[in-house]
Design a protein around this ligand. Structure first.
Ligand code: ADP
Length: 443
């Protein structure tokens, strides 16, 4: 600070001295009147220069921000370059601030949650695109409007007006049916606030699924349990003396129901193990022909001679995956084909390459499935005919297990079916799971 001031003073004095010196010399060495006139002319010129410089400074100060500082000579050059330096510093600072602001705005826009900044009276200052989606507003159009004039849901208006924002509000906006939002107001500064909104529709759906699942499992277990209890009571209160044959009959029926509960619990355990989302327990080398041979033999045993089962293997020998899980999925498809086909029907199992991927398919000549059921078949406990499924020992979880196993192997299930003609279930696995023999790779 000190140096430039002294510098300016020195420069100003030097300039005055330089412009007065010729006149002073003339006055001392020659004619005093001419000398004084020359000194006066020098002083006037100095005055004119200073006024001109001040004038250009005022013009510059009134010009738009960023206009370059005017050029001047002498002492004004020092002053202007000082102003110039300051204005550059301010410009840098402004740019830095504006960049920081841009970054904040960008971060706000990229937020996965909705954010609305509001001024007094809940007037919208700014909203990010997610908040626009959540509340059906357009920030550019609705800025300066009160949010409560645009979002009139009674719960929401009451929440904003109540002034107690310790707990969030769960709401389903009238303008966006099907959406469940968790809304939280955060007051800051004086009478300003930030409204945060989060889409929790998927959590709500999960909660509904969980409730449905518990209800389904309870229902599935209650029926056989009631039957078993009934038989036990009949046997326990046997006053009239049941015949040994009747007793055996009741016991056989009770056992059938107990087995049903047992199957259901085993399937639930398998499903829950698959659903924990843990990675595949073993990325082992699966010997596909050996696995399919086992599935075929189990199918033949289950069919007990009522169907003609065949197996065709044209696909690759080795795969990467879990033998146990793939066995469970493939065996489920075969068991379904047997359980939903009349005696005498042919059931064809095949392992083939399909357009780059590989597929295990099970084709039956059974009752077939109406197209409207197909999209829901892999849902837990979804059955086309509940009675038929129970009769054949079904739990309603088989295809849910198949879908999970295939998902864990990055595969998918395709179903083709026509009522009365039969169905084809195709478990498709990605080509990258195939282990090619070393000779193939070399070629
Ligand atoms: P379930 O234990 O009842 O067989 P799944 O999940 O294995 O349960 O199958 C769901 C439903 O899909 C079955 O109840 C049945 O209605 C239908 N389904 C499955 N496979 C077949 C098939 N091969 N033929 C006809 N219907 C089938």
């Amino acid at each position: 600070m000190l140096r430039p001031t002294r510098q300016i003073r020195l420069r100003a004095l030097t300039e005055i001295a330089l412009w007065l010196l010729p006149g002073a010399l003339i006055a001392v060495l020659g004619d005093a009147a001419w000398g004084l006139a020359a000194m006066l002319a020098g002083a006037l010129y100095q005055l004119f220069r200073h006024v001109a410089a001040i004038d250009s400074l005022v013009v510059w100060a009134r010009s738009p921000l960023g206009t370059p500082v005017p050029v001047a000579s002498g002492v004004w050059d020092l002053i202007f370059s000082e102003i110039n330096r300051r204005s550059r510093l301010m410009k840098d600072q402004r740019e830095r601030l504006s960049m920081a602001l841009d970054r904040f705005v960008e971060a706000g826009r990229a937020m996965p949650d909705g954010v609305i900044y509001m001024g007094p009276g809940n007037v919208i200052d700014w909203a990010n695109p997610r908040a626009e989606e959540h509340f059906g507003i357009v920030a550019a159009r609705d800025a300066d409007a009160a949010l409560t004039n645009l979002v009139r849901d009674p719960d929401f208006v009451t929440y904003l007006e109540a002034g107690d924002f310790t707990e969030p509000l769960i709401m389903t906006p009238l303008r966006q049916p099907g959406l469940t939002l968790m809304v939280q107001l955060v007051p800051y500064a004086e009478s300003r606030c930030m409204l945060l909104s989060r889409d929790i529709s998927h959590l709500e759906r999960l909660e509904t699924m969980r409730r449905d699942f518990v209800a389904n499992v309870s229902h599935e277990l209650r029926t056989p349990l009631t039957v078993v209890l009934g038989f036990i009571e009949t046997l326990a209160d046997d006053d009239e003396g049941l015949s040994a044959r009747d007793r055996l009959h009741y016991l056989a029926l009770a056992r059938e129901q107990a087995e049903r509960m047992h199957r259901l619990i085993l399937d639930l355990l398998v499903l829950s193990a698959l659903e924990t989302g843990a990675p595949l327990p073993a990325e082992e080398q699966v010997d596909v022909p050996a696995l399919l041979d086992r599935v075929l033999r189990e199918g033949i045993a289950l069919s007990a001679g009522r169907h003609r089962l065949t197996l065709e293997i044209e696909g690759p020998h080795w795969m990467r995956g879990s033998t146990k899980e793939l066995h469970s999925a493939f065996a489920n498809l075969v068991s379904n084909a047997i359980r939903y086909s009349e005696a005498g029907g042919a059931i064809r199992l095949a392992w083939r390459s399909v357009g780059g991927d590989v597929a295990f398919s099970v084709r039956d000549q059974g009752e077939g499935i109406d197209a409207r059921h197909l999209p829901r078949l892999t849902e837990r406990f979804y059955r086309v005919d509940r009675g038929r499924s129970r009769e054949s020992g079904g739990t309603g979880l088989g295809l849910a297990i198949v879908k999970h196993v295939l998902g864990r192997h990055q595969g998918r299930l395709e179903i083709e079916s026509a009522l009365g003609t039969g169905s084809t279930f195709r478990a498709i696995l990605p080509a990258r799971r195939v282990i090619r023999p070393a000779s193939d790779e070399a070629a």
